[in-house]
Design a binder for this molecule. Structure first.
Ligand code: DOR
Ligand code: ZN
Length: 423
């Protein structure tokens, strides 16, 4: 199968230029600033007026497979990803069973080989029980190690000093940390359960999981990574102060921000209720604005979604009972492209955050750029095609989004994985 995309605007490697991309055998065979002869190609796309980006690499998803497939499975969620221009997703370990050893890594890889329409990688979850033996697991089976310093969906907490240090010390792959200080969360939850025996109003979710908890755990993770030289990526940074801390830390410590924290703040609970309940919680408008500024000043290294679908009935209740997590994998690229159109970042920089840096961080040398010889993982965008998000457009099994009713300016036209159309 060969493919030729003509007359598009190619965005990669800090450049943007009109040109053509040829694909054969799943790989990019030519990137040309002039149109290429069309003879011999199985498919020729006249892509005048479009943008062509490397496929998005979302390094933070919860696809719920195995064990939680009523929320979503690798078939439905990878299809949602493809519809959003995502061609690689790295899946978190808080499934059932948890992904914490060779057997569960192999099982997940097997399911993905059967069901995924995109490329996938899998995190190994660190726990108190496996911390001492993590280094013995074949590191080619996993992309990185996930550490939860604060408990969230699935209760994969690892916050005691000794095993935590062991993981940072012995890690063969990047450590991705969920940073919330569990000792502080526990006190706040205990008090809230006393004050609100049935449930608490959603608006206090951001008080139960405050900025101070994030900052304290981020400090702790940075200290460990600096002591042991660990390649540390702090997941879903939600506060201005964490971004400052990471900017001042050693170079091998970087920040992920999710569209959620760029879009929403605690004032939005009044409008969106538990639809924006997630861990860490959204914070103040000032935090949201500081994170938006962190795009332009390059203190953010990657954009990941923390795509965490739950069924709507699981989102019922308030701060204590409603499930935490927001589906986002299908809409992160349109969200970020629209932020680019609003001037928060350039298209070139967006591609750095969503394609180049994720590939570099996880050593995926075969993708993430539009270059001859790399995998033909590509996404074609119409930058002037407004559309409104209605429930019928949602591909994720959960069927809802906090962005319903939102009008986007950019539209994903097609997604190619290894030169084959996945959307
Ligand atoms: O809001 C969240 N949902 N935060 C997490 O850390 C986990 C995720 C989930 O799996 O539902
Ligand atoms: Zn997550």
């Amino acid at each position: 199968m060969s493919l030729l995309i003509q007359h598009t605007t190619i965005v990669s490697d800090g450049n943007r230029f009109t040109g053509s991309v040829a694909v054969e055998g799943g790989k990019i065979t030519c990137v040309s600033p002039t149109p290429l002869p069309e003879e011999g190609f199985d498919e020729v796309v006249n892509a005048t007026g479009t943008l062509l980006l490397p496929g998005v690499i979302d390094t933070h998803v919860h696809f719920r497979d195995p064990g939680l497939t009523h929320k979503g499975d690798i078939a439905t969620e990878s299809s949602a990803a493809a519809a959003g221009g995502v061609t690689t997703a790295l899946d978190m370990p808080n499934t059932l069973p948890q992904t914490i050893d060779t057997e569960t890594l192999l099982e997940k890889a097997h399911i993905a080989a059967e069901k995924s329409v995109i490329r996938m990688g899998f995190y190994l979850g660190a726990t108190k029980e496996n911390a001492a033996r993590l280094a013995e697991i074949d590191s080619s089976l996993y992309c990185g190690i996930k550490v939860f310093l604060g408990a969230s969906t699935g209760n994969m907490l690892l916050d005691t000093n000794e095993p935590l240090a062991e993981v940072f010390h012995k890690a063969h792959k990047p450590v991705v940390a969920h940073c919330e200080d569990q000792s502080l969360l526990s006190v706040l939850y205990k008090n809230a359960r006393k004050d609100f025996p049935n449930d608490a109003p959603i608006a206090i979710h951001s008080d139960l999981r405050p900025a101070a908890a994030c900052v304290s755990a981020t400090r702790r993770a940075i200290a460990l990574a600096e002591r042991y030289g660990t390649r540390l990526h702090i997941a879903h940074v939600s506060t201005a102060e964490e971004l400052d801390l990471i900017a001042q830390a050693a170079k091998h410590i970087t920040a992920e921000v999710c569209p959620t924290y760029l879009l929403f703040c605690r004032d939005d609970y009044a409008r969106l209720g538990t639809r924006i309940k997630c861990n860490p919680a959204v914070k103040t408008a000032a935090d949201r604005d500081a994170l938006r500024r962190g795009l332009a000043d390059r203190r953010i290294y990657t954009i990941g979604t923390d795509h965490a679908p739950h069924r709507l009935h699981e989102k019922r209740g308030g701060a204590l009972r409603a499930a935490s997590g927001i589906p986002m994998v299908q809409f992160s690229l349109p969200v970020m492209l629209d932020l680019a159109a609003q001037g928060f970042l350039t298209y070139e920089h967006l591609v750095e955050l969503m394609c180049h840096n994720p590939a570099d961080l996880f050593g995926m040398n075969d993708r993430g750029y539009i270059r001859t010889g790399l995998a033909a993982d590509l996404v074609l965008i119409n930058p002037h095609s407004p559309w409104t998000l209605t429930p019928n457009k949602i591909v994720s099994r959960c069927g809802w989004s906090p962005l319903e009713g939102h009008t986007f300016r950019h539209r994903v036209l097609a997604t190619y994985v290894g030169g084959k159309r996945a959307y």
